[in-house]
Design a protein around this ligand. Sequence first.
Ligand code: NAG
Ligand code: NAG
Ligand code: NAG
Ligand code: NAG
Ligand code: NAG
Length: 330
Amino acid sequence: MATPFILIVFCLITSPPSASSSSSTHHNDYITLNEGSSLSVERPDHVLISPNAIFTAGFYPVGENAYSFAIWFTEPSCSNCRTVVWMANRDAPINGRNSKLSLLKTGNLILTDAGKSVVWASNTFSLSSSSLQLYDTGNLVLITTTNRVILWQSFDAPTDTLLPLQPLNRDSLLVSSRSLTNFSSGFYKLAFDDDNVLRLVYDGPEVSSAFWPAHWLLSREAGRSSYNSSRIALLDAFGNFTSSDNFTFFSADYGVQLQRRLTLDFDGNLRLYSRENENGSWVISWQAFAQPCKIHAACGPNSVCKYVPSFGRKCSCLPGYKIKNPADCL
Ligand SMILES: *[C@@H]1O[C@H](CO)[C@@H](O)[C@H](O)[C@H]1NC(C)=O
Ligand SMILES: *[C@@H]1O[C@H](CO)[C@@H](O)[C@H](O)[C@H]1NC(C)=O
Ligand SMILES: *[C@@H]1O[C@H](CO)[C@@H](O)[C@H](O)[C@H]1NC(C)=O
Ligand SMILES: *[C@@H]1O[C@H](CO)[C@@H](O)[C@H](O)[C@H]1NC(C)=O
Ligand SMILES: *[C@@H]1O[C@H](CO)[C@@H](O)[C@H](O)[C@H]1NC(C)=O
């Protein structure tokens, strides 16, 4: 295990442990980012690890000399096969030199690009001291040291993935990635609509349309209710998903506690993945569309969609057109 090494690093980069943790010998007490400290993009060892070691937060390469501050499943650990679950700056990657995530003494967490511009901030302020910690659930939390008041948490601002116990609410939404390899914001969204119904929407440059539940069904026919205005949806640890619009599903492996994630994939399909152990591969345990060609704008204009069981769908262009983007025939 790499833990002792990480422990040493964090003793160096964090301020001396506070009184509450200095009496403890448990090393995870030090795996936090304290006020006045920062994580550097140039140091691969500058990461936060959850006490159960399942999640890691740090700088993730998203392109040539381009990084995002992200949270990923610690295993598998190869640099370009990680499963990312959250990103702070997916649409504004930072330079690989001189960029850092800093927790200011004012309680603001900021991400600076190449020592200059601030590309992302928690916009928080606290008179009492605070620290940044990665919880066992995968939630990155900025919390005051003495009163344990949560100033900011990544669970409130999801990217394309919900983890178990991470609620989706009226203020949050999932936005798909651009492609399998491009983590920028794509065109598919999952959110509660004005009528309290949880919907998948294609929000492209030219058209916007809801496609799940199917637009030709009344909400009631789709088993949805618009009466409950609490607008909250949650996946529990055992694979039970419930939404306040009365939509529910159970994962195929419901009942056991596995590593799970509900991801709005770049192809517009919402999928629940699970795996038995950290070195196992992700298995789809539920998905919104069994036939991916039914997803809105699945293949873009001038194209045909074909269902390929091993991958999902395959797009090809009509005669006379050629592929520009993976989803566009021009
Ligand atoms: C990802 O896609 C966006 C939008 O098309 C583009 O601006 C960006 O350069 C792409 N990023 C990478 C790393 O290819
Ligand atoms: C699933 O979760 C909902 C909401 O927490 C709960 O009411 C329901 O009883 C759960 N179902 C099962 C089978 O555990
Ligand atoms: C509305 O949904 C929430 C969350 O699912 C649930 O706890 C609550 O009981 C529901 N309210 C009504 C009136 O059904
Ligand atoms: C929600 O679903 C349950 C079980 O299917 C049903 O009994 C109940 O009437 C539904 N509630 C609404 C408001 O549609
Ligand atoms: C997963 O694989 C890594 C490296 O191959 C190994 O160190 C670790 O013990 C494995 N973990 C499990 C739970 O099998």
